[in-house]
Design a binder for this molecule. Sequence first.
Ligand code: HEC
Ligand code: HEC
Ligand code: HEC
Ligand code: HEC
Ligand code: HEC
Ligand code: HEC
Length: 354
Amino acid sequence: MRRSVFLVLAFAAMICLQVSNALAFHDEGVARCSGCHTMHNTNGNNALIDPTGTGYPYLLNYANATDLCLSCHATSRGAVWGTDPMAPPAERGPGNFAFLTEDNINDGRNGHLSPIPGWRAGHTVISPSRGTVVDALNPVSPGGAYPASSLSCTSCHDPHGNANFRLLYGAGDHAEAGNFNYTQAAPVVDGISIEASTPESDVLHNAYKSGMSAWCSNCHGNFHNNDVQYRHPSGVGMSSAIINIYDLYAGTMNQIGGTHATAYIADVPFEDPEMTMDWTAGPDNNSKVSCISCHRAHATSAQNSGRWDFNITWFHDDGVESSSYVMPQTYNSPNQRSLCNKCHNKDKNDHNPF
Ligand code: HEC
Ligand code: HEC
Ligand code: HEC
Ligand code: HEC
Ligand code: HEC
Ligand code: HEC
């Protein structure tokens, strides 16, 4: 493998001499190879990159693919791994890997006595520089077979670029990481700028159009469908009863005062082929509940990468037991109950004790 990488790189180096570098960095496969690979295990000043002298796998500039990606994307160009899990950078959709290093994210009853460590906050990508190691709970993706020991940025994103949303792998693609073949297409999404300094909001957010549940199923199968503990459909349409609840529900404090035109909240997104980044309306007959309605793709300050903390009853409980980050929410009254209610209003007859 090392030899073949070397030959390809040597060949590419010859081509690169003739191609201008004005293209965007990952641009559909022709990124500057030396931005990520080294042919002689040295940087431009002939200093050894890998101190052991043997060179990193795939002739990479960093110890593994994840650390390589983080050299550009940790705190800028998307800022997917902020420096402080109590003050994460602007949210652009996937959550933040910073939460993997939290000591406790358990805000359930007596959570301070039984910590849930940060590596259960989502996808535990393995990063020597950030000190994360292979997920200790799930040896493979629940519902599927992707090995947790190979979880890397390049499990999901193609380092050599492609035309898909966020360079995600799609049907027919082979991921070197985990030696994994994708069978389901990349999701169709219009994404907000990765440079945006303001977080996603209810009026400017990623526009999930279709295919997210199918994409997650590459590694997770049709999750929650056969799960006895927690059954829930994904990738299916919403009944008129649920559409109506989503429209009217404007929080525990205002359960029937909402309107269709302004019902959308980025905290509980749904897919729709007509979705736009400035969409503000509730769902219609073409809208679907999706994995992304309840989870974020990287990690959050709640267990299972939840868009809200599945372990707490009231919003005012978030962050209290664990002293972890309080996830901002549109309905931010202390009395707010679980956002499952956005689609199934069970807040009725609530006592609102606070
Ligand atoms: C954004 C960083 C990045 C850039 C730019 C990049 N590579 Fe890679 N490359 C990687 C990573 C990371 C791997 C390790 C496999 C993985 O994790 O997907 C890799 C693996 C490879 C491999 C072996 C595995 C495979 O996919 O065939 C070859 C060959 C390769 N790169 C060639 C190139 C060439 C040629 C260029 C320039 C046209 C290039 N790379 C540019 C990140 C990059
Ligand atoms: C040398 C810096 C550098 C490295 C290393 C690097 N990237 Fe990037 N990446 C960029 C830049 C610049 C952009 C924005 C321009 C573009 O799209 O090419 C970008 C864009 C992206 C995007 C978003 C595309 C969009 O706008 O929707 C993703 C996702 C991404 N990179 C993933 C990765 C992954 C995964 C790795 C590791 C294999 C990686 N990057 C390594 C510089 C880098
Ligand atoms: C389990 C799959 C998966 C892994 C692992 C993963 N990503 Fe992502 N990433 C996604 C998906 C899906 C999105 C789009 C999420 C959305 O918009 O809701 C995304 C979005 C992004 C974006 C654009 C949004 C933003 O916040 O700027 C960047 C940049 C990015 N990922 C980089 C990375 C890097 C760097 C790593 C490794 C440290 C990584 N990803 C690991 C699936 C993954
Ligand atoms: C209606 C909200 C909702 C939707 C939609 C949803 N999930 Fe979940 N998911 C949850 C909740 C709540 C939990 C935690 C409950 C539990 O552990 O059983 C969870 C837990 C998980 C876990 C962790 C299970 C474990 O054993 O550690 C995985 C993996 C997961 N979901 C994947 C998915 C995938 C993939 C999809 C789309 C096919 C999806 N989820 C759709 C709410 C949802
Ligand atoms: C490339 C394979 C891959 C893809 C694609 C993928 N996952 Fe995962 N996922 C894994 C692996 C491996 C684990 C177990 C290791 C871990 O938890 O970090 C996991 C774990 C999870 C967990 C439990 C995390 C925890 O520790 O609590 C959730 C929730 C989850 N995935 C949801 C999703 C959703 C939602 C998507 C689509 C947006 C998705 N996954 C896409 C591989 C994948
Ligand atoms: C984005 C909207 C949405 C959200 C958020 C949501 N659901 Fe659902 N839920 C649905 C849809 C759609 C169905 C399918 C039934 C229907 O259309 O009436 C469903 C069905 C169910 C069912 C019946 C499942 C079965 O097998 O019969 C349960 C139980 C349920 N949801 C619980 C939850 C819980 C708990 C949460 C929060 C973790 C949640 N839902 C969040 C949309 C949602």
